[in-house]
Design a protein around this ligand. Structure first.
Ligand SMILES: [Zn+2]
Length: 263
């Protein structure tokens, strides 16, 4: 089952800018959890599809639930030797009004370093598709900060670097490009020192809150099933770092998310 926050949250005030409710870990509680989201404090959720199978699943969720929106892309971990049908991705984007971003796309050198060129090519193509459809992008960058930044500088997209794991200097560059920094449960981890420095350094107006659910549950639920209502613990930590109220963190980051994705 899923953990329930003990922190009082205003109903329907939190936006989760990055989740995967299609994940099989939600199979025995997905409907119950999503039906309770508003009461648990959550108003909108963006689910990210990472290949054609999960894209179908997140589109089903945004068909079924008013408050669910979709991002669609080819995750770098799925960039294998098979061909990817980018024309099909483009058609899906044009056919579905609840698709609000291209992603996840980006680079993951933690997963593989032997196919960097392939990962980069897929990233470039998806940035082009996003631009052609006037959509923002949701970027996955793991152990690939320099190449990610270099490619972003070439395309200057609207978007967010999700689950940000770069340095303060990189966060400043991202903000300078007019992009956002996605922050989730890692902010509450004891070993999340660099992310805390990033959060302290960049303006709240450039931060989006996210879960990456079912992964990366914040403390005190680290290791358990993550879901959007647990964002309150990330907001609480961010409020402490910024010296502002939790309510302000939630409302400013929700506004940022609404503006970026037009939701
Ligand atoms: Zn994700």
């Amino acid at each position: 089952m899923y953990p329930v926050p003990s922190y009082p949250v205003k109903k329907g005030s939190i936006i989760d800018s990055h989740a995967h409710y299609n994940d099989h870990r939600f199979d025995d509680c997905r409907e119950e959890l999503l039906s309770k989201m508003y009461d648990l404090g959550v108003s909108k959720i963006i689910n990210c599809g990472c290949d054609f199978e999960s894209i179908e699943e997140v589109l089903d969720l945004s068909d079924k639930y008013d408050f669910c929106f979709s991002a669609v892309g080819w995750h770098p971990e799925n960039v294998n030797e098979d061909e990817f049908d980018f024309a099909r991705l483009d058609r899906i984007i044009k056919e579905n009004k609840k698709i609000v971003a291209v992603g996840e796309t980006g680079l993951d050198y933690n997963w593989r370093q032997d196919n960097k060129d392939r990962q980069k090519a897929a990233f470039h193509t998806q940035l082009d598709i996003a631009a052609a459809n006037n959509l923002p992008v949701i970027i996955h960058d793991r152990d690939a900060h320099a190449d990610t930044l270099e490619i972003l500088k070439q395309h200057t997209p609207k978007g967010v670097v999700h689950c940000f794991s770069g340095s303060v200097e990189m966060a400043r560059e991202v903000v300078k490009m007019g992009m956002y920094v996605g922050i989730g449960g890692v902010l509450t981890f004891k070993n999340g020192r660099v992310l805390k420095e990033v959060a302290a350094d960049i303006p709240l107006e450039r931060i989006l809150l996210e879960t990456d659910a079912p992964y990366l549950s914040p403390e005190p639920f680290r290791g358990k099933l993550n879901h959007s209502a647990l964002i309150i613990y990330v907001a609480e930590k961010l409020a402490e770092i910024k010296g502002v109220s939790v309510a302000e963190v939630i409302s400013v980051t929700a506004k940022n998310t609404e503006e970026l994705f037009g939701i």
